[in-house]
Write a protein that binds this ligand. Structure first.
Ligand code: TRP
Length: 455
């Protein structure tokens, strides 16, 4: 009977390789691809930075993603349960469970502030629908954005909506919640993105954007930029935050992990590059600057939309796309914790609501960091953290410490603590290529970044 149920469809397993790919790409493709990637390319001078980033994805990001999916599928538990189970099976210290705890915590902290940023898309969608960007000048656009950030009430409202949407899907379970929603949102996202790129091609400045993104000028490349590229490679693939491990646990045994992970990494990278190809042509077409930093999407782009024919329509599509991307990522951030609580006997609904509620509460400190508490730097007595708000600290702690550390420990575990024959069972003939990379190259690369980041 249980066997039969398994055949007919285990509700705690993806129904197909396609479903896993959509979920993993949904996790990977987020604000990181559409908001952050274009602006860090802009800040770091374009093509050369893109090349370094692609190398980081291929050499460090992908091998670690494969490691995480492999661990998840091998044990079939939450990240915490998976690390405990594999460590036990390999005769290693129980302490390895700590890696599971850390990555779960990382995802949770990221969720708390990610939901606040994702919330920004909602007032932008509403404004775009109402034609509120048409003819808008740069100062006006800047003032709108600043006004949003200055309003705790508004930020809290949108943060609440995003967290609510996240909890709603998570509570539905793997097959009936996550898979059902994500397999619709992601194809929609691809269509929206292609429409926007198609439109950008007609702007007359597409070639300029292609040159900017792909023509490497190594003189513009700094050591700092290399670190940014590697840090972003982890972030964009949702590594060291349990997401890929949790999703790997729902993967059927017959699905080839390496090929599937390559597909996920390619799609994630493809979306980031396409986002650049959608955004930069219109930024250039209206004589705006590509290196505006975080305001590129929320300040510069609305100005461009406001001048173009059909701008309200395309602005709406763009911000809906951004919302979908952030939503499917948020769902996966909650999954590490929800799957763990679920394992401990808490129902999915209770786990999702409880986890979401706590992340929402922590998120309020990010909301306030942007306005009322913007002068509050709790670690300001250390030079490194001078002027850093709570929000800045969450970002710093996760991106510069917890994610590299999680990735390093994961690489050490699979490269040195787990028997290679065991990982080979999961990975098949690709194992020979993957193993030396994850054993030597990945940990050394992460250590180098760590050193430079903390120096
Ligand atoms: N990959 C997501 C993005 O590019 C961000 C992210 C980082 C993430 N860590 C995560 C998403 C963990 C889900 C789970 O926006």
């Amino acid at each position: 009977m249980a066997e039969n149920q398994q055949q007919a469809g285990n509700p705690a397993q993806w129904s197909s390789r396609f479903a896993f790919i959509m979920a993993a790409v949904g996790s990977a493709v987020g604000l990181g691809n559409i908001w952050k990637f274009p602006y860090i390319v802009g800040e770091n001078g374009g093509g050369a930075f893109v090349l370094v980033y692609l190398a980081c994805i291929a050499v460090i990001g992908l091998p670690i993603m494969i490691a995480e999916v492999m661990l998840g599928r091998r044990a079939g538990h939450s990240p915490i349960g998976t690390m405990a189970a594999v460590a036990r099976a390999e005769g290693r210290s129980r302490g390895w469970q700590g890696v599971g705890i850390m990555v779960t915590l990382t995802a949770f902290i990221i969720l708390s502030f990610y939901s606040v940023i994702a919330g920004w898309t909602l007032p932008y969608i509403l404004r775009a629908v109402g034609g509120g960007f048409s003819g808008i000048a740069a100062e006006e656009s800047g003032a709108l954005f600043d006004g949003l950030l200055a309003s705790p009430g508004q930020l809290l409202l949108w943060h609440t909506v995003v967290m609510g949407l996240t909890v709603l899907v998570s509570a539905g379970g793997v097959r009936h919640g996550l898979e059902r929603v994500i397999t619709k949102l992601m194809p929609a996202l691809f269509v929206l993105l292609l429409i926007l790129v198609g439109y950008a091609m007609t702007s007359g400045h597409f070639g300029e954007a292609v040159t900017f993104l792909f023509k490497p000028d190594f003189s513009a490349l700094t050591a700092e930029a290399v670190l940014v590229a590697l840090g972003h490679a982890f972030f964009t693939l949702s590594l060291a935050s349990g997401a890929m491990m949790a999703y790997g646990a729902y993967l059927k045994k017959e699905v080839p992990i390496v090929r599937t992970s390559i597909t996920v990494a390619l799609l994630d990278t493809g979306v980031a590059l396409l986002a650049g190809l959608a955004i930069f042509p219109i930024v250039f077409a209206y004589g705006l600057a590509p290196g505006e930093g975080p305001g590129l999407i929320f300040v510069t782009l609305p100005v461009a939309f406001g001048q173009m024919p059909g701008g309200s329509f395309f602005a709406t599509l763009f911000f809906v796309l951004l919302l979908f991307a952030a939503w499917t990522s948020s769902i996966s951030m909650l999954e590490s914790l929800v799957s763990y609580l679920n394992e401990k006997g808490v129902s999915r609904v209770k786990a999702a609501v409880g986890g979401g509620l706590v992340a929402w509460l922590v998120g309020i400190t990010t909301v306030l960091s942007l306005n009322d508490w913007s002068g509050f730097a709790p670690l300001g007595m250390f030079e490194r953290f001078e002027g850093k708000t709570l929000f800045d600290l969450y970002d710093y702690l996760t991106a510069n410490i917890m994610m590299p550390l999680g990735a390093l420990l994961t690489a050490i575990f699979v490269g040195w603590k787990m028997k290679p024959e065991h990982s080979a069972v999961e990975l098949g003939r690709w194992h020979r290529l993957w193993f030396p990379v994850v054993r030597y190259l990945s940990p050394i690369a992460v250590l180098i970044v760590f050193y430079f980041n903390l120096r």
